[in-house]
Design a protein around this ligand. Structure first.
Ligand code: C2E
Ligand code: MG
Ligand code: MG
Length: 284
């Protein structure tokens, strides 16, 4: 239509790759190729695990793990994310309930699940109610992570939904906080419990004073609004020291632990349970 576009063989290759991936993803659930990993969150004052974030993984048969950064956008475009997201919630809640029963997960440890924008509709309340009932996992231990843009794009209906979810007893967390365009005045009217400082700001520590200033501001705001705050993507001692100095004590990142398989997570919980007073990471 009154314009022209360039075509290169490389573009065709990309389209084919994407279609192949999409096709394989459609069968991932029935072929049992999805996995949940957990990344621990530590309180650096006690060096104890205070949270676990569930992170989805895909391992096609005979292939390597595919990063969610690669397949979640496709799952979102195709709508597959709704069944996948439900599967994640079911798997995580039943696993967490099992750990509670076995005495490995005490009721101070939160378990976080990421949600996609496509899951945000009234059905979500029913789905979560059913999953909590069936698994026996306590609502107050489940944290739902939404990004800022998911909340802000349709503030009116999201706030109704968040109120309903909050009434169930689940906690609401804002992921990648600081990267979107939150209306700060809206924040205080939403039933939010946690702000997660985005890893891009953490990466700025010692490199960029703007990033550091943003962390200080978010930490101060969280404190005055009485919100919990979690920093993610901590990789260095220097980042840890800066966060501690600015009152951010709940930490998630490779410095402590990469996302772990269910068996590895279980071993870690067992270790913490056996030696609750031990600083088993050897980090001060
Ligand atoms: P996210 O929720 O912000 O998760 C944090 C990501 O940072 C994870 O990547 C984690 O592995 C990574 N990470 C943690 N610590 C460090 C660190 O110290 N350094 C660096 N460089 N990275 C670190 P992952 O697992 O690849 O997940 C990427 C994104 O995919 C997640 O970002 C989340 O938005 C999405 N995602 C993961 N699982 C699910 C899911 O079950 N449902 C939905 N809707 N989205 C998911
Ligand atoms: Mg997250
Ligand atoms: Mg994040």
């Amino acid at each position: 239509r009154n314009n022209y576009q360039f075509f290169t063989p490389g573009m065709q290759q990309k389209v084919i790759e994407r279609l192949t991936l999409e096709n394989k993803l459609r069968h991932a659930m029935e072929l049992d190729e999805l996995l949940v990993y957990f990344q621990p969150q530590y309180d650096i004052r006690t060096m104890e695990i205070v949270g676990l974030e569930a992170l989805l993984r895909w391992q096609p048969q005979g292939g390597e793990l595919v990063s969610p950064a690669k397949f979640i956008p496709i799952a979102e475009e195709t709508g597959l994310i709704c069944t996948m997201g439900e599967w994640v919630l079911e798997t995580v809640c039943s696993q967490a309930a099992k750990w509670v029963k076995e005495g490995l997960l005490n009721d101070t440890i939160m378990v976080a699940v990421n949600l996609s924008v496509r899951q945000l509709n009234q059905d979500l309340v029913e789905i979560i109610t059913r999953i909590l009932d069936q698994s026996g996992f306590a609502a107050k231990q489940l944290e739902l992570e939404l990004t800022e843009s998911m909340v802000m794009d349709d503030l009116k209906s999201t706030s109704v939904l968040l109120d309903l979810l909050h009434k169930l007893g689940v906690h609401i967390s804002i992921d990648d906080f600081g990267t979107g365009y939150s209306s700060l005045s809206s924040l205080k009217h939403l039933p939010i419990d946690v702000l997660k400082i985005d890893q891009s700001f953490v990466a700025d520590i010692g490199q960029d004073t703007h990033g550091e200033a943003i962390i200080r501001a978010v930490a101060a705001m969280a404190k005055s609004l009485n919100l919990r705050i979690i920093a993610e993507g901590i990789e260095t001692e220097q980042q840890l020291a800066f966060l501690r100095k600015n009152g951010c004590y709940c930490i998630q990142g490779y410095y402590f632990s990469k996302p772990l398989t269910i068996a590895e997570t279980e071993a870690l919980l067992r270790k913490q349970n056996k030696q609750p007073k031990d600083n088993h990471l050897g980090i001060r």
